[in-house]
Design a protein around this ligand. Structure first.
Ligand code: FE2
Length: 239
């Protein structure tokens, strides 16, 4: 697996400085960026053991349950992790975290007045299979207000972190739900310059993956950076 990764497309990702999203003002770079060559560890790590994943790690309905299942609209969220050459990424660690059905996180700095669900922790993880597929069960998170403008609300969303086959492929992003009008009012979503890029973050209702009398389903495919050297179909990987 030699070869460098594609550069990030900075016209597709949001810029670092976006005053409508207030905290970006102080944490965005003040100086021009420097280009550094990739190091060996960035090109080869990380490696995960599958036995590190617990049986309930991909079930947010039950993985923190004490007296019963978490409250909320029961969901299956699934999809594939692909690279920019549309090839599946097997063995990727997919981590996810979210607010509960009322829009409240279980976090000591969380101050929103919505109630904590004692049966909902709000985080989990899984590893993609040989075709790059992942799947987990959860409840639909609620929208929540946040201190930015006078009255800004986050649309319902799930946070994702994906470790691909190298640290250079790490992606942290958020998933939204098809048909939610609050997506387009969100100051964080509005930092993304291209509407088509926003639509890639919106999971589609997937009737085929629903579980009758149990759960609705949403499908969310994730694309990581690809390697240049493997663009050539007539070259075997590693050559
Ligand atoms: Fe959030």
């Amino acid at each position: 697996m030699n070869g460098s990764f594609f550069q990030r497309d900075r016209a597709w990702h949001p810029p670092a400085y976006t005053p409508g999203y207030k905290t970006s003002v102080l944490r965005s770079p003040r100086n021009a960026l420097l280009s550094l060559p990739a190091t060996l560890s960035e090109m080869t790590g990380p490696v995960f053991g599958h036995d590190a994943i617990g049986e309930l790690d991909n079930d947010l309905i039950r993985n923190f349950a004490r007296t019963g299942d978490a409250i909320g609209q029961r969901l299956v969220v699934h999809g594939r992790v692909l690279d920019e050459n549309a090839r599946p990424v097997p063995g990727a660690l997919v981590e996810f975290w979210q607010a509960n059905a009322g829009g409240r996180y279980r976090h000591k700095k969380e101050s929103y007045l919505a109630a904590i669900d004692p049966n909902f922790g709000g985080c989990g993880r899984c590893i993609t299979d040989g075709e790059g597929r992942y799947s987990f069960r959860t409840i639909k998170p609620g929208a929540y207000p946040w201190p930015n403008g006078v009255n800004d609300w986050r649309p319902a969303h799930i946070h994702f972190s994906i470790f691909g086959q190298a640290f250079a492929q790490r992606l942290i992003t958020q998933m939204y739900f098809e048909g939610d009008p609050m997506i387009w009012q969100c100051p964080i979503v509005q930092t993304i310059p291209d509407r088509a890029a926003v639509e890639q973050l919106v999971a589609a209702l997937d009737r085929n993956a629903t579980i009758p009398m149990d759960s609705l389903a949403y499908r969310f495919d994730i694309v990581l950076r690809g390697r240049r050297s493997t663009m050539f179909e007539n070259r075997r990987e590693g050559n």
